[in-house]
Design a protein around this ligand. Structure first.
Ligand code: NAP
Length: 250
């Protein structure tokens, strides 16, 4: 895999899976724009880590659920590096609650950060990708969008939405040399899953045929492949990176 001369935006890449994706894409040669919403330090440190190994990187703080922030993220990328070739829609949050108790705010916030962001970022980059007749859009969905999970109606709806969105976009832009795929991670060891209660984690672990949690790097490897030239004939797909977990239900 060689992503030299490719420019990538990875949303939500100050930590967790996004950070691993940013570092992996840089390792195989891409220039990487690192983004998240919070304090500057995590994104700056990821960008510095990439530069320290000889790569090119830029940190941009932006809330990807907001149209103006997304426009600034993409414009900054294009004005700094001249183009955008790869978009990884990774930013995501959870606000878990059983349906009877789920508030309007919990529903709206999760749909906004996990799904609206994918629409906003994809719309903003596609214009540039169409012009150059090459692009890769890779969105991080979830096993929960495929099989559901109690307490996560908002998150499952957003992740299932990403899958429908991806299949549609793949058809819309195929003729322009752009592919769109989703990845459905299972149970990956990040701050998002570290917050789960220990006995729930143990129960989930028993449902993974491979018997252990995935690492952020496992997801990053799949992203790098889908972003590569070698994956040019793969589009509109959902790739599970889940130790066999979804297969047990589907
Ligand atoms: P994480 O450790 O909680 O990291 C989430 C990242 O998203 C952080 O960098 C966060 O920034 C950023 N973010 C949150 N809201 C944002 C916004 N509005 N705009 C820009 N960035 C924002 O999560 P993770 O476990 O790495 O998950 C990454 C993706 O994989 C998510 O889409 C998640 O749903 C998906 N996923 C995870 C798992 C898992 O087991 N971990 C499984 C399936 C799917 P701040 O640090 O500034 O808040």
């Amino acid at each position: 895999m060689d992503l030299s001369n490719r420019v990538a935006i990875v949303t939500g890449s100050g930590r967790g899976i996004g950070r691993a994706i940013a570092l992996k894409l840089a390792e195989v040669g891409a220039t990487v724009v690192v983004n998240d919403i919070g304090e500057a330090s995590p994104v700056d440190s990821v960008a510095e880590e990439i530069k320290a190994t000889g790569g090119q990187s830029l940190a941009v703080l932006a809330d990807v659920s907001k149209s103006q922030d997304v426009a600034r993220l993409v414009e900054t990328t294009v004005s700094t590096f001249g183009k955008v070739d790869i978009l990884v829609n990774n930013a995501g949050i959870t606000r878990d609650q059983l349906i009877m108790r789920m508030s309007d705010e919990e529903w709206d916030k999760v749909l906004s950060v996990n799904l609206r962001s994918v629409f906003l970022c994809t719309r903003a980059v596609v214009r540039h990708m169409i012009r150059q007749r090459w692009g890769r859009i890779i969105s991080i969905a979830s096993i929960v969008g495929l099989v559901g999970n109690p307490g996560q109606a908002n998150y499952a709806a957003a992740k299932a939405g990403i899958i429908g969105f991806t299949r549609t976009i793949a058809k819309e832009v195929a003729a322009r040399g752009i592919t769109a795929n989703a990845i459905a991670p299972g149970f990956i060891d990040t701050e998002m899953t570290q917050r789960l209660e220990e006995d729930w984690k143990q129960q989930l672990k028993k449902q993974i045929p491979l018997g252990y949690l995935g690492s952020p790097g496992d997801v990053a490897e799949a992203v790098a492949f889908l972003a590569s030239e070698e994956a040019r004939y793969i589009t509109g797909q959902v790739l599970s990176v889940d130790g066999g977990m979804a297969g047990a239900w589907l």
